[in-house]
Write a protein that binds this ligand. Structure first.
Ligand code: FAD
Length: 484
């Protein structure tokens, strides 16, 4: 298609990543159209896909930074109005005497927090922001069904759009398509027909199901007040070797909770749902004091038991025509709280390449050639980072459900945090801090963290060996003195 003066960017998917990408493109003067499969989630009758009511997420520095960089200064303020800072984890369990305990574990010695946010609320704020931009059009109930990336054309099925209520198909021209249509991305699927894409997907043997800890209503002289039943400033974890139950605070005083468990255990409990409360009593002590036994059974029966997928692919683009971002490019398991954060970061990184100076070797710096170069540089740069955070997310499941109660884990965390304060010049930080409170590339985080690990091991081995040698010398001195 002939390049018009104003670049036409179409964004597939109006999730958190797609809406932020649309905002970045609109800020640069593109003519932006957003196509979303579902109806407007601000309409109360819209049922969120896959999720029950809403899902609470941990928003951290990478996501915050990308939103801040959108150039819409009030946006972050609006989002922060309904977030709750979480300073650390609260580990729940039972001691040997059978007494319930709660152990706080700060995320960061410097007092930094991650933020509980309602995913739907965040998405709505981004949609409202897009509505205020004259160069953005959002099309709901439009499903991407096909694309020709050489001719820059896409096809959409518009649900219930003609008089008979049947779906119809429309054709749309574009200069650039940004595919932010989630883990089962149609943009990625159609791009694969044009690009030699490496693709790898894995369903881990864990399903998840949502529960709610309701707010506590307190009646006083001034009226009714809602209170949290457990600390609102923590991400609560009931670790189990094979399972995990977590709770994230919501603004209304409730907690959105998630049970993660191997599929075989789900099958077992699905056959005997009446035993769900007993299962919780054994594995997640204290939860039945927060959620009634009836509600545990009801939520387990009515809420979906959903899979977790991990996707790696590359490259993320085809020529100057299409690029995929967010879960479409790197869906990950949720155990590092980075899926959305990494997706929002993708947007900032992509546009930093789009904004950057072209290479000197581009012969004809047409908009199309410049875009092709920016997309290609983005793909090349982002691959290692996306792959690293995918792997870290998988590894962190073990940390969350088992290592958090291990003394070795606690000792390393303690030592690394002490070093970060006592010898700041070393630049020492825990891996978690680097991932959640900084904007260093994920690949750089892992490089530095591995180096720290090797140094710690080296020092510890050195310390233990010197103690052994010293002990040996003392024993030898005692023995020779005795003889003399
Ligand atoms: P999505 O949110 O999936 O949005 C894609 C959009 O595209 C949807 O609106 C969909 O309707 C639309 N779409 C799909 N197909 C089409 C089509 N053919 N045509 C048009 N539109 C289409 N991340 C964090 O950062 N922190 C957390 O704490 C966290 N916790 C999580 C907990 C759980 C249990 C789960 C499952 C995920 C969690 N995540 C977390 C991950 C996070 O939810 C995702 O990474 C994030 O939602 C991805 O955003 P996205 O915009 O790329 O995709």
């Amino acid at each position: 298609m002939a390049e018009s003066k104003t670049q036409k960017t179409i964004v597939i998917g109006a999730g958190p990543v797609g809406t932020l990408a649309a905002l970045y493109a609109a800020q640069r003067g593109h003519d932006v159209e957003v196509y979303e499969l579902r109806s407007d989630l601000r309409d109360p009758s819209t049922v969120p896909l896959n999720f029950t009511k809403s899902i609470n997420l941990a928003l951290s520095e990478r996501g915050i930074h990308a939103i801040r960089e959108s150039g819409r200064s009030v946006l972050l303020e609006q989002i922060f109005e309904s977030t709750i800072p979480m300073h650390g984890r609260m580990i729940h369990g039972k001691d040997l005497a059978g007494k319930l305990y709660e152990k706080p574990q700060d995320y960061d010695i410097h007092g930094r927090s991650i933020y509980a946010v309602d995913r739907g609320g965040l998405n709505k704020t981004l949609l409202d922001e897009l509505d205020a931009m004259p160069n953005v059009n959002i099309m709901f109930n439009h499903k991407l069904t096909g694309a020709d990336f050489k001719k820059h054309k896409a096809w959409f099925e518009v649900s219930g759009s003609n008089k008979s209520g049947r779906n119809r198909e429309i054709e749309v021209d574009f200069d650039l398509m940004i595919g932010a249509d989630g883990a089962h991305s149609a943009a990625r699927y159609h791009m694969m027909k044009y690009q030699r894409m490496d693709y790898q997907q894995e369903y881990i043997d864990t399903l998840w199901c949502e529960f709610q800890i309701p707010a506590r209503e307190v009646q006083d002289s001034t009226g009714k007040e809602t209170k949290f039943r457990i600390s609102p400033n923590h991400l609560h974890i009931w670790p189990g070797k094979e399972f995990m139950f977590i709770a994230i605070p919501s603004f209304d005083g409730s907690f959105t909770c998630t049970l993660f468990m191997p599929s075989s255990h789900f099958i077992h409990l699905e056959a005997t749902p009446q035993s769900v409360p007993e299962f919780f009593d054994v594995n997640f002590p204290g939860v039945t004091t927060l959620i009634t036994r009836e509600n545990l059974i009801a939520s387990f029966k009515s809420n979906p038991h959903l899979p977790l997928i991990s996707i790696k692919c590359s490259p993320y683009h085809y020529e100057d025509s299409v690029v995929i971002l967010g879960d479409a490019a790197h869906a990950m398991v949720p155990f590092y709280g980075q899926g959305m954060n990494a997706g929002l970061e993708d947007v900032n990184v992509l546009f930093s390449f789009i904004d950057s100076e072209p290479s000197k070797h581009i012969e004809r710096p047409s908009p199309s050639n410049l875009r092709a170069e920016a997309l290609s540089k983005y793909s090349e740069y982002r691959k290692s980072d996306a792959h690293v955070i995918n792997d870290l997310a998988l590894q962190n499941y073990v940390e969350m459900r088992a290592s958090v109660v291990s003394p070795i884990y606690a000792a390393r965390k303690w030592l690394e945090e002490k070093l970060s304060v006592l010898v700041p010049s070393l630049g020492w930080q825990t891996k978690y801090s680097r991932v959640s409170f900084g904007n260093e590339r994920y690949s750089e985080v892992i490089r530095k963290s591995d180096r720290q690990g090797r140094l710690l091991t080296f020092w510890l081995v050195g310390l233990i060996s010197s103690q052994v040698v010293l002990g040996g010398l003392m024993a030898w001195r005692r023995a020779t003195r005795g003889r003399g």
